[in-house]
Design a protein around this ligand. Structure first.
Ligand code: PEP
Length: 251
């Protein structure tokens, strides 16, 4: 089980440190649940300072696929490792929508993340139009298969998938527990087909999209919902900690 907070473009150097410290205090010693926070690049270092010596892990929200070079404004996997990142979110729908991220680029980034011992949190999810057209499962399957093309993992700890229906992100609308489970089961089948039973059944599949303390338990109790990728609610330490506690109850 993993509960990860995506802070998006929120916080500054000082408030990131304060939020990280508040998360540490509110979450305490999580049992059987891994907890991570993903601040903006420029606040990774400050956040790492506040998390140091605690069980809470650090993640980034994005990275470039190259080792280094003339890519103004971008950040590499080795840079993320050097500031203490364990995870990197790849293919978030906001990166796809506003910054041209594609399944093919996500695929290259997964390989690059792995070569620097980062654990990718690979985001997939359909738009409202795609869901209403009955194409949600097909869309998510293509996203996942293309993103994971030729990717090899030797342990389930090396990969996380997040199902984030685009219509539920930051909107206050949430997939019902049944809608989430149905899509997580599709994702599970694809993971088992690619990586075999032992690894495929153990990879964490997170739900993301307006998860909050009020709906977390009903989503997390579903069999293939193995945690959450939390946006808005991760900016409030106590709300985030309540979601972590809901995950602990299932674990
Ligand atoms: C996200 O950005 O990954 C997300 C799930 O956001 P929110 O929880 O705010 O919908």
């Amino acid at each position: 089980m993993l509960v990860a907070g995506n802070w998006k473009m929120n916080s500054d150097h000082t408030s990131a440190r304060q939020l990280a410290s508040a998360v540490v205090a509110a979450v305490g010693e999580p049992r059987q649940v891994t907890v991570a926070v993903c601040p903006p690049f420029v606040n990774l270092d400050a956040t790492f300072g506040a998390l140091h010596g605690t069980p809470i892990r650090l993640g980034a929200q994005h990275m470039h696929e190259a080792d280094a070079g003339a890519f103004t404004g971008e950040v590499s996997a080795s840079m993320l490792r050097a500031v203490g990142c364990h995870y990197v979110i790849l293919g978030h729908s906001e990166r796809r929508q506003f910054f041209g991220e594609t399944d093919a680029s996500v695929n290259r980034k997964i390989v690059q993340a792995h070569s620097h011992s980062l654990v990718p949190i690979v985001c997939v999810g359909e738009t409202l139009d795609e869901r209403e057209a009955g194409r949600a499962a097909d869309v998510v399957s293509v996203q996942l298969n293309t993103s994971l093309k030729d990717v090899e993992v030797t342990s389930s700890e090396r990969l996380v998938v997040a199902y984030e229906p685009v219509w539920a992100i930051g909107t206050g609308k949430t997939a019902s527990p049944e809608e989430a489970q149905n899509m997580h089961a599709v994702i599970r089948r694809l993971l088992v087909a690619q990586f075999g039973d032992e690894i495929g059944f153990s990879i964490d599949i997170l739900y993301g999209g307006s998860m909050n303390p009020g709906n977390a338990s009903s989503l997390l109790e579903k069999q293939d919902v193995n945690g959450g990728l939390i946006g808005g609610a991760s900016l409030k330490a106590e709300e985030f900690a309540q979601i972590v506690r809901a995950a602990q109850e299932k674990a």
